[in-house]
Structure formats: structure tokens, C-alpha cells
Write a protein that binds this ligand. Structure first.
Ligand code: SF4
Length: 205
């Protein structure tokens, strides 16, 4: 299921963000497409309003390099969001060849992708922001329409490959779907796996 390595379905570019999507000054590059169907998904709302524009790595680099000096001075770079950024792991790898190591590349992901997508991303992404939702299989299925198992397996691969420093796991309270007890259970499981950085928050619906 590796998506086309050379085209990225671009929904929006948001420049000069500070600390929300990674270290330093960051440009958020939002893409379309996700294997999940979360009940409170903002990306799908956006997609209903707007068609993506397909860009090559070179085109995206040309449009984002305007902030090269900010990125280099602050340790910032690009955050690939979505949608599911790791559907475009091949694209991100090609983009990395253009940026070199100086830009920090971050990916926002549910990790509900085939292992080969994650492996490709591990080779070119600096930081991962993982929206795991919940570790409870039943709640996960009800909220996302998908199976939690691939995401949990990929969590194990990710922590083994990059360690806890480069991963922040977002664990939400999801109105109508989980509660504080479920969130605590998920955080406990993640802590046992070795994760250390969490973003606990509540979805606004
Ligand atoms: S994982 Fe994110 S992009 Fe995908 S359906 Fe859920 S909220 Fe939307």
C-alpha cells in the first residue's frame, strides 16, 4: 500500500508555526488520504471542501525553501500532517534527498499503515507524532472503523528503531467513545512499551 512516491496530495501549507508540530520554526504540509474513518476527523471535512493539488518533491521543496534560514537557525523544518503522512513515506524519502539533513522532518501518523511504509519513514523522518487514539480494540474499531492491531505492532517497531526521544504519542479523550480510565490504561501500556513523551488532550467536537 505504499502510495505514489513522487506525488503528494497537498491540501494546505501553513508556514511559520512555533512548537506545535515539532522543534523550532515549522511549516505544516497537510496531505489528503487516510485508511481510517475517525468519527471526528477534521481532514475529511477539509477534503469535502477542497480538492488536493498533486505536487512533486521538487515542487514542494521549491515552495517551502523560503523558510530555509528559519529552519536552520531554530532546528525546525517540515511537519507532514494529514491525513495519514506515512501513506506518503516514499514521497517523504524523496523530499529528504532534496533537503539534506539540515531540515527537521516530522510526521503525524496513526501508525495504522503497512510495516513497509513505517520502515521507509524510519529512514528519513526525524520525529514522529503518533495519534494512537486508544489501545482498546473495541473502542478503536468503533471510533476509527479500523483494526488497532497494526498500529500497536508498528508502535513496537518504532520504539525499537528510534527510541523514546523522537516520538510523542498523542492520547486523546474522545467524546462519546472513551473516558479517563481508558486513557490511563492506554498510557500505562505505552509506558510499559518504553514511550516517555505523551500529549494528553481532549478532542473538541
Ligand atoms: S487518523 Fe486522522 S486523518 Fe485519519 S481519519 Fe482519523 S482523524 Fe482523520
Amino acid at each position: 500500500m505504499m502510495a505514489d512516491a513522487l506525488l503528494f496530495p497537498l491540501l494546505a501549507i501553513d508556514r511559520l508555526r512555533m512548537t506545535t508540530d515539532g522543534e523550532g520554526v515549522t511549516t505544516l504540509v497537510a496531505g489528503a488520504g487516510c485508511p481510517l474513518r475517525c468519527r471526528w476527523c477534521i481532514n475529511r471535512k477539509l477534503l469535502a471542501e477542497k480538492q488536493p493539488e498533486y505536487v512533486t518533491p521538487e515542487e514542494l521543496f521549491a515552495r517551502t525553501r523560503i523558510d530555509n534560514l528559519y529552519f536552520q537557525a531554530t532546528g525546525g523544518g517540515i511537519c507532514f500532517g494529514g491525513g495519514e503522512a506515512l501513506l506518503h513515506a516514499g514521497f517523504i524519502a524523496a523530499f529528504r534527498e532534496l533537503t539534506g539533513p539540515a531540515w527537521r522532518l516530522t510526521a503525524e501518523t496513526s501508525l495504522n499503515v503497512p510495516p513497509e511504509n513505517l520502515n521507509a519513514a524510519i529512514g528519513c523522518v526525524d520525529d514522529f507524532i503518533v495519534d494512537i487514539k486508544t489501545a482498546d480494540a473495541e473502542i478503536y474499531r468503533r471510533y476509527t472503523g479500523g483494526d488497532a492491531a497494526p498500529a500497536l505492532r508498528n508502535l513496537g517497531t518504532l520504539i525499537a528503531a528510534v527510541g523514546p526521544e523522537r516520538v510523542k504519542v498523542r492520547v486523546p479523550l474522545i467524546p462519546g467513545f472513551n473516558d479517563e480510565a481508558d486513557r490511563e490504561k492506554t498510557v500505562r501500556l505505552l509506558t510499559e512499551m518504553g514511550f516517555e513523551r505523551f500529549d494528553l488532550f481532549e478532542y473538541r467536537v
